[in-house]
Write a protein that binds this ligand. Structure first.
Ligand code: GLA
Length: 390
């Protein structure tokens, strides 16, 4: 007798209760990767203090691939990954970290390597056998594919393979994944690729990459879709990849406030002390990793000057004062003059009724909300404060 068994597939639970933190090869290395670089990054993540600060994943992006074998099993590039992916995963695990990999829903990846179209279950099984913990799944070469269907197929394949993996959807926000992907992936890119500049758009013909401010502006209207287990992904970090210190600090603060995954994209072996200090600022990371998982909201918009707020656990709040302009500004902020109401997370704040102590998260400054604060906000920079009830 044949019995039909309905297998209920779902995404893995509990792997992204807070936004994922790690490192990815693409922003700095592009296609120039090999197993030694990946091992070095695992070592550097431990030795730099990043692991202690919460970074967990070492993610290999595009171009690790070789060919498929006669049975269709994908192989890593024989010269660049001669020891194989299982050995690499074992090494990364031995450092107390996790290993991520990259594929694409189409027949080829964005760099023209073999994609997973038609091989989803076989590839998911292969990744599970290797000991992979994270899959970033891209969207090149997908003409005539239905995005929800394609990402569901890979989710189900991962589930069937049985090894918990974080599933990172990367279709650049083209098909509004925030409307359909909550039960499919743990994060979804909301925008095109990042580029290390403050306020630029870099055209590549049919697509563009974007600086920090254009990516921020494209998050408008998305915050209600993020929460524990399902995050809006503003793309990997460019801290240490060429912007100035204030821009790097602002970039990291914005990603922290908007509960984006924090995936470093610089060369961890060679980073300056300043870059390391930005990436490992534990008070800022705590804003990103707060257990409530509420994405910040823009509360005041005065053109070049914005105030963003984020409710935190135990009645705390984070306030980010953002100066988009090319010159420093001095801003007098009268706490009592602004009542905060967040209908989406159902949090409110009235400084006439309740007073808070505040602490600067990038500076030693501190104060309280009973009287106005004078804030110096550098050009292309932020002041980021954590408020605690008095
Ligand atoms: C796309 C993605 C990038 C990167 C490249 C790799 O552009 O958005 O993040 O993965 O592909 O080719």
């Amino acid at each position: 007798m044949l019995v039909a068994v309905a297998v209920h597939a779902e995404k893995f639970q509990g792997v992204a209760d807070t936004p994922q933190m790690g490192w990815n090869s693409w922003n700095h290395f592009g296609c120039n990767i090999d197993e030694q670089i990946i091992r070095d990054m695992a070592d550097a993540m431990v030795e730099s203090g990043m692991k202690d600060a919460g970074y967990e994943y070492i993610n290999i992006d595009d171009c690790w691939h070789g060919e498929r074998d006669e049975q269709g099993f994908i192989q890593p590039h024989a010269e660049h990954f001669p020891s194989g992916m299982k050995a690499l995963a074992d090494y990364v695990h031995s450092r107390g970290l996790k290993l991520g990999i990259y594929s694409d829903a189409g027949a080829t990846t964005c760099a023209g390597r073999p994609g997973s179209r038609g091989y989803e279950y076989q590839d998911a099984l292969t990744y599970a056998r290797w000991g992979i913990d994270y899959l970033k799944y891209d969207w090149c070469d997908t003409e005539n594919l239905d995005p929800e269907g394609a990402y569901t197929t890979m989710r189900d394949a991962l589930h069937a393979a049985g090894r918990p993996m974080l599933f990172s959807i990367c279709e650049w926000g083209d098909n509004r994944p925030w409307e359909w992907a909550e039960d499919i992936g743990h994060s979804w890119r909301t925008t095109g690729d990042i580029y290390p500049c403050w306020n630029c758009e870099l055209g590549h013909g049919s697509w563009s990459s974007w600086g920090v401010l254009p990516i921020l502006d494209q998050q408008d209207g998305l915050r209600q879709h993020a929460g524990p287990g399902h995050w809006n992904d503003m793309d990997m970090l460019e801290v240490g990849n060429g912007m100035n210190a204030q821009e790097d600090i602002a970039h990291f603060s914005i990603w922290a406030m908007l509960t984006s995954p924090l995936i470093a994209g610089n060369d961890l072996r060679k980073m300056s002390r300043q870059t390391r200090d930005i990436l490992t600022n534990e008070a800022v990371i705590a804003v990103n990793q707060d257990s409530l998982g509420i994405q910040a909201m823009k509360f005041i918009d005065e053109g070049d000057f914005e105030v963003w707020v984020k409710p935190l656990e135990e009645g705390d709040w984070a306030f980010m004062f953002l100066n988009r302009a090319d010159s420093d500004i001095r801003y007098r902020y009268d706490w009592k003059a602004h009542r905060v109401e967040d209908d989406i997370s159902d949090h409110a704040l009235d400084f006439k009724r309740e007073s808070f102590a505040w602490q600067g998260l990038w500076t030693e400054a501190s104060g309280d909300t009973r009287s106005p604060s004078e804030l110096e906000v550098p050009a292309h920079g932020v002041r980021l404060l954590r408020l605690t009830p008095m």
